[in-house]
Design a binder for this molecule. Structure first.
Ligand SMILES: Nc1nc2c(ncn2[C@H]2C[C@H](O)[C@@H](COP(=O)(O)OP(=O)(O)OP(=O)(O)O)O2)c(=O)[nH]1
Length: 220
């Protein structure tokens, strides 16, 4: 396979190469926001995969199994497109922790996490016409030693209930994360440097995706 990141051969026309349609097989607003902020505006087709119906022996394998299932479920509907499936779980002492959904579960999680480290594992599967490239990002997250009042206040906001690991890095949960070791984007929901490598394996350069749409200067 030619090196997708190699310079264009001599005599090739300058400028971007045609890129396939990119489809994000995820309902996650965080994933879409991360990609858009990074200059990529994919179509969104939610997979509808029943995550509880699938299992794996460890958190990283589970994230990959679910990411693959989501990408495959959507790829059938969008032939020819480049389909990205993702799934995030918090690996705390080997347990795969997804969304808590219930306040009491979120409280229980924070009482177990506070003052400790977990690994946020996000599975990525980039699939096009039956060709898959997949990998897991692992980012160590150090949680603050929050007190009971902070746990109650955070749970009461509702934010921790619908996010993997019962915390966000870029939202209210950011106050309670002392630091990360690894790609922070992988915590939010899609690791950009890992996705860059998966795109390259499909012969797509990130810069070509940028060129496929005008850069919109953020309102900063
Ligand atoms: N904004 C933000 N969201 C986070 C963070 N950590 C986890 N999440 C969200 C991203 C995902 O929406 C969700 C992880 O659950 P899933 O990987 O199953 O994705 P989700 O169910 O949202 O959509 P999908 O299954 O892909 O259709 O948690 C964070 O640090 N910041």
């Amino acid at each position: 396979m030619p090196d997708p990141l190699a310079a264009a051969p001599a005599g090739a026309p300058p400028g971007p190469r045609p890129v396939p349609r990119l489809v994000l097989a995820s309902a996650s607003p965080a994933r879409l926001a991360s990609l858009r902020a990074a200059g990529v505006d994919p179509d969104v087709v939610v997979s509808g995969v029943d995550e509880d119906a699938l299992g794996a022996p460890d958190p990283g394998s589970l994230a990959l199994v679910l990411a693959r299932a989501k990408a495959r479920a959507v790829a059938e509907r969008v032939p020819g497109a480049l389909v990205l499936g993702c799934d995030s779980v918090l690996d705390l002492d080997g347990a795969a922790l997804g969304k808590p959904y219930e306040p009491e579960e979120a409280r229980r999680r924070w009482r177990a996490m506070r003052g400790r480290e977990g690994v946020l594992r996000t599975g990525h599967c980039l699939l096009r016409d039956g060709v898959e490239h997949a990998a897991v990002s692992s980012t160590t997250v150090r949680f603050a030693d929050v007190d009971e009042a902070e746990v109650e206040a955070y749970v009461a906001t509702g934010e921790p209930l619908a996010v993997a690991g019962a915390f966000t890095l870029d939202g209210l949960g950011g106050w309670f994360v002392e630091g990360v070791d690894g790609d922070p984007h992988g915590v939010v929901g899609v690791s950009l440097p890992l996705l860059r490598r998966l795109l390259a394996a499909h012969g797509v350069r990130v810069a070509d995706l940028w060129a496929a749409q005008p850069y919109a200067r953020p309102d900063c």
